[in-house]
Design a protein around this ligand. Structure first.
Ligand SMILES: [Fe+2]
Ligand SMILES: [Fe+2]
Length: 391
């Protein structure tokens, strides 16, 4: 197995590969900036002590420009770091949901609950608050474990705390702390609904899928009460809760694809084990939430034309939309010549990390974030996508 040489980096390789001195200078300038930014998001293992969450902007001071991967291959470390970044972002927005619509407690602290929003979520299922709590708890453990594992191998960890700059909700129940993600301007691609119900199409074979809630895919919609004013109109509040209920599976189906997609390029069997052990928990989240989303009451948002249709009625309805079909329909896989099979899709590994960044960005989850945030995230994604399975 090829070990990471801490003195080498993608950056220095790029410089060496460039023949033209003018190009070299240009690249060096760009890479110095890239390295500086990476220093913000990637913390040296030394900064990871007992309290991982206690990591703060000290990453600025403690981390030099180069990337450390310790005893992991560079590719394996990059795959785990991208997963860690995704989990940190997941944790951040699940915390916002838990503060307002979950069960704030010692296990998942922060906030004090918002009764009207919690009640609107409970219209879909009386266990919504508990599930939100448990999903949030899971995400905390994902980010903590991944960073702790990286640190245990002497590799750099991920710290996005310097980007905790977004204001979040000021509604009753919110802790009011600054956020990494924005849940108030979401545009949701709900084509996963039809993708997992199709027995003839697979996105990895170039197929595309209709939206379950077409109006969620346009405009911007809040999934949490932004202020207590958002609690006044019961139809608007239910539209907010419905938006959250479709946001949950929209996110979790992403994790459900991300892990098996990245796992194909893991080198060390233990890194493979981590990826294929966390991934299926995202699948468990996805299936739970896809079941709950099916209970979203049909309604029209009185403020902006957002329509939650009755998915069991025309022009929807039929196998592609029926709400009680929450197990994946078997579909073509690898080749249309092979028999259909029940699988996770997509699982194409090429470009998966950048694909996830683009997916989350298009969702509006990062509206308000700084250009530096996007650079760090893209940097982590580019490194993960560059990982190659070694022998
Ligand atoms: Fe997760
Ligand atoms: Fe998740």
């Amino acid at each position: 197995m090829k070990k990471e040489d801490p003195s080498s980096s993608t950056s220095s390789q790029l410089i060496l590969e460039s023949g033209d001195p003018k190009n070299q200078r240009r690249r060096f300038k760009r890479l110095r900036r890239r390295s500086f930014l990476k220093g913000i998001g990637v913390a040296g293992a030394a900064s990871v002590g007992a309290g991982l969450l206690a990591q703060t902007s000290s990453a600025f001071a403690q981390e030099g420009p180069e990337e450390h991967s310790g005893r992991l291959t560079r590719g394996d470390a990059a795959l785990l770091r991208f997963a860690a970044a995704a989990e940190i972002l997941e944790t951040d927005f699940w915390v916002q949901y838990n503060e307002l619509g979950g069960i704030p407690d010692s296990e998942v602290p922060g906030g004090s609950g918002n009764a009207p929003y919690t009640a609107a979520l409970a219209v879909l299922d009386e266990d919504m608050a508990q599930y939100i709590h448990d999903n949030t708890d899971d995400e905390f453990t994902h980010q903590n474990f991944l960073n702790a594992y990286l640190a245990s191998k002497g590799a750099s960890t991920v710290n996005l705390e310097p980007f905790r700059t977004l204001p979040g909700s000021t509604a009753t129940g919110s802790s009011g702390k600054l956020r990494l993600t924005n849940l108030t301007q979401l545009t949701l691609d709900t084509s996963w609904w039809t993708r997992y119900r199709s027995s003839t199409k697979n996105p990895d074979l170039g197929d595309s899928f209709p939206q379950a809630v077409p109006t969620l895919a346009v405009g911007q919609h809040t999934a949490i009460p932004r202020t207590d004013n958002d609690l006044n109109d019961p139809n608007f509040l239910q539209a907010i809760a419905n938006t959250a209920a479709f946001h949950f599976p929209t996110i979790e189906q992403g994790g459900n694809s991300l892990y098996p997609s990245m796992a194909q390029r893991a080198t060390h069997v233990e890194v493979l084990r981590i990826l294929i052990s966390i991934g299926p928990t995202e699948t468990m989240h996805f299936q739970t939430w896809s079941d709950k989303a099916g209970n979203a009451p049909p309604l029209t948002d009185p403020t902006n034309g957002l329509v939650f249709p009755d998915l069991n009625a025309p022009p929807f309805g039929g196998e592609t939309f029926e709400t009680n079909l929450i197990m994946p329909e078997p579909c073509p896989f690898l080749s249309p010549k092979l028999p259909i099979v029940s699988i996770i899709r997509p699982t194409e590994t090429k470009g998966i990390a950048m694909g996830v960044v683009n997916f989350l960005t298009a969702m509006g989850l990062f509206i308000g974030q700084s250009p530096q945030f996007f650079e760090v995230l893209k940097d982590l994604a580019a490194d993960a996508d560059a990982a190659r399975r070694g022998r």
